[in-house]
Design a protein around this ligand. Structure first.
Ligand code: ADP
Ligand code: MG
Ligand code: ZN
Length: 643
């Protein structure tokens, strides 16, 4: 556990590849594009129609008649209303006649005699060519074209929506074909989780060889529920079962059942089970099932009816298929506590497999799995990395390896070194360093003392986790941080540890107050974290003598208007007692922290001074500092790191 301004570890979001995204182009954008096309076309049209009129060398018909009378014109080519004139001098001119009037008639009207006319060679050209037709038909064609295009777009849009409505109830499940080798995941890809794999090996065996079980009358579980913290490999393990057994794998996320329209979820469930039965033997995997499988009948507001119907449909389908149908439903959740009991009864998800956060050995194995295809320098020691990453999930470790590779690539090296991996640990834990975040001299001093305060307490309180690293380089949202790592992976935490943890969290607060007689916003998160911990001690773990062994706050919470709300099931008096207990725990921790910091002012000053100088103190140097001030460092881990 690290005391730091930002305790939330970077959450890793894994996007699962889905089908095509729905078409979302709106009618408005269609209309706009149609208008643009129309404007472009009309520009072309006006250009075509005007091009002739603006030509040079155009003369009027009256001028032409004068020229003909004078005998200057050699020939006239008539095409439509356009006249191309050639003079005896070789000049070429053009003109236009009156529409619908014969040229000769026009010239006669202007007083040209028959003799004068006959001296001119008049040729009538049949009109044709694309230009002519466009010119003449465009006033009719363009509007019609425009209307047709418009209608086409509209109908397409409507049809699209209609199609979408029709496919609404179909399941959105993604299927992984057993023959698709590139997507295949097997147990080899899942490191650690030994018990879980043993439990699931039975399922694999059944899917491969159902006769063996059915002949002896064994009933194979229909549903398996994978439970575990986010990133512990639930999704991965489910895929591995399908991969091992070589059967089709249908996966869908609980939230995908729930849509805007009531009944869609249920229909999707039907569709999903139908598809799986058709492809049997198969595995249906419902990820994050708590999205639909929450306890029914509580809460109010929209969305619940839909969830209930979906859940009911899942239950009906699971009851509906025969054991010999060779379809197994797997589901994953990180909130088994909120699931509806009906889902958990025998015949449904009666097998439960728990995935824990990996311990040290498992972490090393996971790191090894993810180091395939990653070139390592000789100094890489995954054991040390596993050592330094308690509390990391499989997904965190995966991300750590990836960050290491990115760091090496960024510095144009071809191999990943141990130092890259060590830097990645902190990056995954706390977010990237913000070296550009320049502190003023005063801020730097305050931050150094703040972190030194945490470090002093962590070193002197017997149940606190020892310090691994102190830094005043900003990271993520934290201005500085102290990295604590527990001596071993412990699954249980004691009251004494909690109390010391709270005191360590208050170290920054105490130091700032003591030295600067003022407070900054720096400790706000420390206060939040420690108060929440104190509250949990009282309401969840029964660690308060005043209230005794009662768990007052469940972990479930109810759903009201689509949001989880904690419903208090205790009286006002108990509520006041909780507040007073929390406040007592905090005050005692504060007194303890003040005392320790006060008594070790010299050590505090030394750490702060060193921090201001070098900004980061690693464990080895920190321990030398401790010894110099007569403090014995806590027991060492069996492997010393080399960072
Ligand atoms: P969950 O579904 O439990 O939240 P995922 O199965 O999606 O977690 O795991 C996320 C990623 O973490 C996986 O794709 C894998 O790369 C890595 N991972 C998690 N656990 C393991 C493990 N035991 N072995 C190898 N990789 C793991
Ligand atoms: Mg998952
Ligand atoms: Zn702090």
């Amino acid at each position: 556990m690290a005391t730091q301004e930002n305790p939330e570890k970077k959450k890793i979001i894994i996007r699962k590849s889905g089908g095509k995204p729905p078409r979302e182009t709106s009618l408005v954008s269609y209309i706009v594009s149609v208008l643009v096309v129309f404007i472009a076309l009309s520009l072309v049209y006006s250009f075509v129609t005007n091009s002739n009129a603006k030509a040079e060398g155009q003369i009027s018909v009256s001028q032409l008649s004068v020229d003909v009378k004078a005998g200057l014109v050699k020939s006239i080519v008539v095409s439509g209303d356009n006249l191309a004139l050639e003079y005896k001098t070789g000049d070429k001119k053009i003109s236009k006649k009156e529409a619908g009037e014969a040229l000769t008639q026009t010239l006669v009207n202007y007083g040209v005699t028959k003799e004068q006319l006959s001296s001119v060679n008049i040729e009538i050209k049949n009109e044709g060519g694309v230009g002519y037709w466009i010119l003449n038909l465009s006033p009719i064609i363009f509007p019609i074209l425009f209307i047709l295009i418009f209608i086409w777009f509209i109908t397409r849009q409507v049809r699209g929506a209609g199609m979408q409505a029709l496919t609404f109830g179909q399941s959105k499940a993604r299927m992984i074909d057993p023959n698709d080798k590139s997507q295949r995941v097997t147990f080899k890809d899942v490191a650690g989780s030994k018990e879980a794999k043993e439990e699931l090996a039975e399922i694999v065996d059944f899917l491969r060889n159902p006769r063996k079980f059915l002949d002896i009358g064994a009933r194979i579980p229909k549903g398996i529920l994978l439970m575990g913290a986010p990133g512990t490999g639930k999704t991965l393990l489910a895929r591995a079962v399908a991969g091992e057994a070589g059967v089709a794998f249908f996966s869908i996320s609980g939230s995908e059942f729930v849509e805007m329209f009531v009944g869609v979820g249920a229909s999707r469930v039907r569709d999903l089970f139908l598809g799986a039965k058709k492809n049997a033997p198969a595995i249906i995997f419902v990820d994050e099932i708590d999205a639909v499988g929450r306890v029914r009948g509580v809460g109010a507001g929209g969305g619940n009816d839909e969830r209930e119907q979906t859940l009911n449909q899942i239950l009906v389908e699971m009851d509906g298929f025969e054991p010999n149908e060779k379809v197994i439903v797997m589901a994953a959740t990180n909130r088994p506590d909120v699931l509806d009991p009906a889902l958990l009864r025998p015949g449904r998800f009666d097998r439960r497999v728990t995935l824990d956060l990996p311990d040290r050995k498992d972490r090393e194995e996971i790191l090894t799995v993810h180091s395939k295809k990653k070139p390592f320098a000789e100094d890489v020691n995954l054991k040390v990395i596993a050592e330094r990453t308690p509390g990391f999930s499989g997904a965190d470790l995966y991300s750590l390896m990836n960050e290491g590779a990115i760091l090496a690539a960024r510095e144009s090296r071809t191999k990943i070194s141990q130092y890259d991996l060590i830097r990645s640990i902190e990056k995954v834990m706390l977010g990237p360093e913000r070296k550009s975040h320049i502190l003023s001299k005063k801020e730097k001093e305050i931050t150094a003392y703040h972190e030194a305060g945490h470090a002093v307490l962590a070193s002197l309180l017997p149940y606190a986790d020892p310090v691994h690293k102190i830094s005043i380089i900003a990271r993520g949202r934290a201005a500085g941080y102290v990295l604590h790592l527990p001596l071993e992976d412990n699954k249980l935490q004691s009251k004494k540890e909690f109390l010391d943890d709270i005191a360590v969290s208050l170290g920054g607060y105490v130091t700032e107050k003591m030295l600067f007689h003022d407070l900054t916003t720096g400790p706000s998160n420390d206060l939040q974290v420690s108060t929440a911990l104190a509250r949990d001690m009282v309401t969840k773990y029964g660690m308060s003598d005043l209230l005794g062994p009662v768990a007052l706050e469940g972990q479930g919470g109810k759903v009201l208007f689509g949001r989880g709300v904690e419903e208090k099931e205790y009286s006002q008096k108990v509520s006041a007692d909780i507040d007073s207990e929390v406040s007592r725990i905090m005050k005692e921790a504060l007194a303890k922290a003040e005392k320790v910091v006060h008594e070790n002012k010299n050590l505090l000053d030394a750490i702060a001074a060193r921090l201001m100088e070098v900004e980061t103190i690693e464990r080895a140097e920190f321990e030398t500092l401790l010894k110099a001030h007569g403090v014995t460092p806590k027991a060492k881990l069996d492997i010393e790191h080399q960072a």
